[in-house]
Design a protein around this ligand. Sequence first.
Ligand SMILES: [Zn+2]
Length: 76
Amino acid sequence: MLKCKEVVDRADALVDGTPLSWREHFALRMHLLMCHHCRRYVRQLHALVTSLNGKNTPPASDEQVQGILDKLDHEH
Ligand SMILES: [Zn+2]
């Protein structure tokens, strides 16, 4: 099981679409399912990245975070 700090360390890759190994991705996904704190972190990071990209959008919903994860799944 990942620690929160390890999830935070990998959250950049998750949000900007850097490929992770399926093992890492699976571990992240499991952690995010159980950890409200990290879900919120990923959401906020996603909102930040999106705003840096020039799109003024509200923080991603849980569904959107799930969508990011699903998209990553499909890229493997
Ligand atoms: Zn956590």
